[in-house]
Design a protein around this ligand. Structure first.
Ligand code: ATP
Ligand code: MG
Length: 298
């Protein structure tokens, strides 16, 4: 099986610097990562470790200085702005901490908007069905301001998923929600992966959110420094605490890295018959993580 069919997203040796000269920051430092289709990956790490930059480069919103990004079989690093815009509209969905709904449009209109931008036919029944499944069947004609935060985020998720994109990128999707609303949103994301085979890449600071994923990728100082499969909240929290402590102790720099080195991480992703794998690599020392799915549906 080729990578085109196995992986929704691949980053190869991606480096991204922000700024120039003495103030330049290496936000991503030779990051390699492969995300199998139909999996839920959480990206975690201390503030400033490069998580949002990773998402932006993966979605073609930001151009890497070097390396390559392949989304749904398409090389983004060669694409011009028009092609990138089309790829984003047709193959990616986005969920942000701040919902980003259009205040003057109804719930149903917000959900249909990306398809309309893409010039594609909107199936009203599909929109209503999706919103009903997300518990918003009686809110179709409401404006975003008439909804709770959790309801608004569920609208944003419906909007991101209506076109069944190759990858949904979520940057802190539960960051602005209370515990119960956050749990509802995470359960919906989990179910989209389990029931519909959606691929999700989610940045989060919250170990409970991270534990909803199949695999967690840990960043520090622009590098992937660790990975965890079948995460549970306590293990994720412990790993995050170690990472934050090492960043505090050493400032930025290679010594802040945990779990790097020749001993590769490895596990196995078992999904039905085929066995795709998430490879986490940094520079020469590639490591790989794989996740077994099923069983522990939350
Ligand atoms: N546009 C920019 N110009 C200059 N530096 C930037 C820019 N964007 C990000 N950076 C720097 O790049 C590094 C990585 O930033 P990034 O936003 O990717 O971190 P993050 O892991 O998402 O952090 P947080 O958890 O706080 O959202 C940081 O040092 C940040 O200050
Ligand atoms: Mg960020």
């Amino acid at each position: 099986m080729t990578n085109k069919t196995t992986h929704a997203l691949e980053l190869h040796d991606v480096t991204k610097r922000h700024g120039v000269g003495d103030t330049a920051v290496t936000a991503l430092d030779r990051v390699s990562l492969s995300i199998p289709r139909g999996t839920f990956t959480a990206v975690m790490g201390p503030s400033g470790s490069g998580k949002s930059t990773l998402l932006h480069c993966a979605a073609g919103l930001d151009r890497p200085d070097s390396g390559s990004v392949v989304l749904d079989g398409h090389e983004l690093t060669d694409a011009d702005e028009t092609a990138l815009t089309r790829l984003r509209r047709e193959r990616m969905g986005f969920v942000f901490q701040s919902f980003n709904l259009v205040p003057t449009l109804t719930v149903a209109q917000n959900v249909a908007l990306p398809l309309e931008f893409a010039g594609r036919r909107v199936d009203g029944r599909q929109v209503r069905g999706l919103l009903a499944r997300l518990g918003l069947g009686d809110r179709l004609d409401h404006r975003p301001a008439e909804l709770s935060g959790g309801q608004q985020q569920r609208v944003a998720i419906a909007r991101a998923m209506l076109s069944r994109p190759a990858v949904v990128f979520a940057d802190e999707p539960t960051g602005a929600l209370d515990t119960q609303a956050a749990r509802d949103v995470l359960r919906i994301l989990r179910e989209a992966v389990d029931a519909s085979g959606q691929t999700i890449v989610m940045v989060t600071h919250d170990p409970v959110a991270g534990a909803y994923a199949d695999a967690v990728v840990f960043f520090s100082d622009g590098r992937i420094v660790d990975g965890m499969t079948r995460p549970d909240p306590a293990s994720v929290a412990a790993r995050m605490a170690r990472l934050s402590a090492s960043v505090r102790q050493s400032g930025s720099g290679p010594s802040a890295h945990v779990g790097q080195g020749p001993d590769a991480l490895s596990a196995h992703v078992g999904q039905g018959g085929n066995v795709p794998s998430t490879h986490l690599g940094h520079g020469g020392s590639a490591s790989s993580a794989q996740v077994r799915q099923g069983g522990d549906v939350r």
